[in-house]
Ligand binder design. Structure first.
Ligand code: NAD
Ligand code: GLY
Length: 369
């Protein structure tokens, strides 16, 4: 067994463990077989890329452990995280005869994880599922905490449910085949963890000093996330902090048709926008936005949304943190210290206009930078 880190998500009867290790996929069958309480075959929900690159490894591990399974392979990409994509998963479940005492394995990045989790939560009113995340973003964030969803034409992740997995199996060696762009997207979420709750992690990222092996990074992010989720599973208070950068990030994803920018790239823009708003509102230590810009560019991420940000504001009303006439923004006091602030749309609009505090990167008219 190659387990290097183990993090428990302590949610009483919904508690589970995140097992992290290099090469642990080879042990997936043995780890998952105790959850197979019936003879119903397991549904392995995955995408074309992941199945081509890593399917054989998982398939032989399951077979060696005597776990019967059927792969359900979706086209890769955020564009497929839709009701149509979900419906294809239900078709697959029906075709293979997946019963309520069966099991779903979500094998892939955040798109597969979110969709497979939602499908498991709703198939026959809920069957158990396991996450095997294969992108950095999924290993440090989306596989943990039980947020499942699909996008609607009206907005990001609008149809979904909280539904915790029974187990998370994280093999950091799967990142060896991950394209550079996807690694950067994962780093964006790691920078988020540093920005909201660990100045130490943030500073290491800023300097690009070795942060430790992948298992250590994933373990640290999962530890931070599990502590937050344990205190606020349903995202009504403290868990909102995990959405730093996501309010504008989701709007950017939507306005660009869920294809132009990857989720992590949009969150990178969103973190800078939120930091600028905080600085201009006088609640964020001056210089914080520039620190975030530096950390993002140290890892090759673009920091400044290259379009006019004004059209994003009307989209904020579709955000899940929206309130009458405004939205609950996640802001920073300083790096490592985040809080929630209710702000009106007009306040946000005024703060994003150029000329305040000498910072005019988020131009309202004429394209901006
Ligand atoms: P993704 O799932 O689309 O994966 C990115 C690309 O990498 C895809 O083309 C995929 O096929 C490919 N891929 C996956 N693993 C690979 C590997 N090991 N080698 C080579 N290619 C591989 O995207 P993502 O960035 O992992 O996830 C983004 C999604 O996660 C968004 O929909 C976002 O909303 C969601 N998300 C959810 C949560 C949550 O808490 N549920 C948190 C953050 C993000
Ligand atoms: N990724 C945000 C959350 O899980 O709450």
């Amino acid at each position: 067994m190659k387990i290097e880190r183990s993090v428990e998500v302590g949610l009483a009867e919904r508690k589970y463990v995140i097992l992290i290790g290099r090469g642990i996929l080879e042990n997936a069958g043995d780890l998952i077989s105790p959850l197979c309480i019936s003879r119903s075959p397991v549904a392995v929900v995955t995408d074309t890329n992941v199945w081509r690159l890593w399917g054989e490894r998982l398939a032989s591990s399951l077979s060696e452990a005597g776990v019967a399974f059927e792969p359900i392979v979706s086209p890769a990409g955020e564009e497929n995280k839709t009701l149509g994509g979900l419906s294809c998963l239900y078709d697959g479940f029906a075709w293979m005869g997946l019963r309520r005492d069966g099991l779903v394995i979500a094998f892939g990045g955040g798109v597969v994880g979110d969709m497979a989790g939602f499908a498991a939560a709703t198939w026959m009113r809920g069957i158990r599922y396991v996450q095997i995340p294969t992108t950095l973003l999924a290993q440090v964030d989306s596989s943990v905490g039980g947020k499942t969803a699909v996008n609607l034409p009206q907005g990001k992740n609008l149809a979904g449910v909280f539904y915790q997995p029974k187990l998370v199996v994280t093999d950091t060696s799967t990142l060896e085949t991950l394209p550079e762009r996807e690694i950067r997207c994962g780093v964006s979420e790691v920078i988020k963890y540093g920005a909201i709750s660990s100045a130490n992690l943030f500073n290491k990222l800023l300097d690009r000093t070795p942060v430790g092996g992948m298992a250590e990074i994933a373990g640290e992010c999962c530890r931070i996330k599990s502590e937050i989720v344990e205190r606020d599973e349903l995202d009504s208070r403290r868990r909102m902090l995990l959405n730093f950068g996501h309010t504008f990030g989701h709007a950017i994803e939507k306005i660009s048709g869920f294809g132009e920018y990857r989720h992590g790239e949009a969150v990178a823009f969103g973190m800078v926008i939120a930091a600028v708003i905080g600085e201009r509102a006088g609640v964020t230590r001056p210089g914080t936005a520039d620190k975030i810009r530096k950390a993002l560019s140290a890892w090759g991420l673009d920091a400044d949304y290259p379009q006019d940000s004004a059209p994003l504001i009307p989209l904020l009303s579709a955000d899940k943190k929206s309130v009458e006439g405004g939205v609950r923004m996640i802001l920073l006091r300083r790096i490592g210290d985040a809080f929630v602030k209710r702000m009106s749309f007009s306040e946000i609009e005024a703060l994003l206009k150029p000329g305040m505090n000498g910072q005019t990167r988020l131009d309202f008219e004429g394209g901006g930078r």
